[in-house]
Design a protein around this ligand. Structure first.
Ligand SMILES: NC(=O)c1ccc[n+]([C@@H]2O[C@H](COP(=O)([O-])OP(=O)(O)OC[C@H]3O[C@@H](n4cnc5c(N)ncnc54)[C@H](OP(=O)(O)O)[C@@H]3O)[C@@H](O)[C@H]2O)c1
Length: 327
């Protein structure tokens, strides 16, 4: 069977994303054929396209998140059948930037009837990330002060609502007034607009000089020093992304001695390790969505063919919320 997909043959800017006809094999043992109906775009796809920390063997199709319908199943697949609506965010190999794909059942999540495909593609990867960051990296408690970067982004808008639901006091950083308004509308208690406002000064003002209990930093190089300044003594700084580049090395004596902070690098690969864990994470996310405490919808959709433009817009900080491609 033929399908169409974006292929990269080398690492680089958006121009390496080439739309091609590709031959699809029939699903093998433990595999399914999925026709995508909505595809989530994630910042990690940009790191992968650039050949940053994860260098895929080439040629490759990128994309870690999708939703769609199973059209065929391979030998040994009993948990899924043709016609099932499914989504995935991790598990198996990348390859969601395609109209159809064959992938293993690892990481497949049955979509509940109340959840439409476009919302699933907006919610799964970013929502399950927030789930593990707030339940497992650190169990966020009511009254804690939490600083989150890129508060109007895909992960950010979900995080703001989730923190509000937990009763934490959220401080979000954003780069424009429009993004500040959006973060506030999604429950962010205090918004700092950078670089107009100084993140450390504002955070110390809001926390009466104490510092926040936890910083969730997804920007890396440009924000890391400030994140270490903003956390309280014995607090936790979580690096869960590096949108501006890798953070500088942590100097155990110099940086560590000042406040004896805890530092961790949180990755989906280390947290969402089995289907049991992924399904539990998705259940927790779905419960938050069904309760109405966390509302998720695509901030912006693009036709699948406009993927290079979507990548360019995310990388140049033009998008807000989750970005979803429509095949
Ligand atoms: N560790 C994990 O498991 C995991 C899982 C999912 C996502 N993530 C990370 O979470 C972050 C958010 O992901 P997302 O897909 O939802 O993206 P996003 O937040 O929608 O987009 C990235 C945002 O980062 C901010 N940013 C600051 N400096 C930037 C720079 N130099 N270049 C580009 N953006 C910059 C921008 O917001 P402002 O303009 O408001 O600053 C931008 O909108 C990413 O770092 C991603 O890698 C981590």
């Amino acid at each position: 069977m033929k399908t169409q997909a974006f292929i990269i043959e080398r690492f680089g800017d958006e121009s390496v994303l080439q739309w091609r006809d590709v031959e699809l094999p029939a699903p093998g043992k433990g595999e399914v054929l999925i026709r995508h109906t909505a595809i989530g775009v994630n910042f990690v796809d940009i790191y992968m396209r650039q050949g940053g920390h994860t260098r895929l063997p080439l040629p490759a199709t990128l994309g870690v998140e999708g939703a769609g319908v199973i059209e065929a199943v391979g030998a040994g697949v009993s948990a899924f059948a043709p016609g099932d609506r499914v989504g995935y965010a991790g598990g198996g190999k990348p390859g969601s930037y395609a109209i159809r794909r064959v992938r293993t059942t690892e990481g497949l999540i049955r979509l509940p009837s109340w959840l439409d495909d476009q919302t699933a593609a907006a919610a799964l990867s970013k929502g399950m990330t927030v789930e593990y960051l707030f339940n497992r990296t650190h169990k966020v408690k009511a009254g804690e002060h939490i600083l989150i970067t890129a508060a109007a982004g895909g992960v950010g808008l979900i995080a703001c609502q989730w923190l509000k639901a937990l009763g934490a006091v959220s401080i979000g950083t954003v780069s424009t007034q429009e993004k500040a308004d959006l973060a506030r509308a999604n429950g962010c208690d205090h918004v700092i607009v950078t670089p107009r406002q100084n993140v450390v000064e504002e955070t110390m003002r809001i926390t009466s000089g104490r510092g926040v209990d936890v910083v969730y930093d997804s920007i890396g190089r440009d924000t890391w020093r400030d994140s270490l300044e903003c956390v309280r003594p014995l607090g936790l700084v979580v690096c869960f992304g590096a949108a501006s580049g890798p953070p500088p090395p942590f100097d155990m004596l110099e940086d560590g001695s000042r406040k004896s902070v805890f530092v961790t690098r949180a990755t989906t690969a280390n947290y969402q390790t089995t289907d049991e864990i992924r399904h539990k994470s998705a259940e927790n996310l779905f419960a938050m969505m069904q309760s109405g405490k966390v509302k998720i919808k695509a901030g912006r959709t693009y036709p699948l063919r406009d993927l290079p433009q979507a990548h360019a817009d995310i990388a140049s900080r033009k998008t807000t919320g989750s970005v979803v491609l429509l095949p």
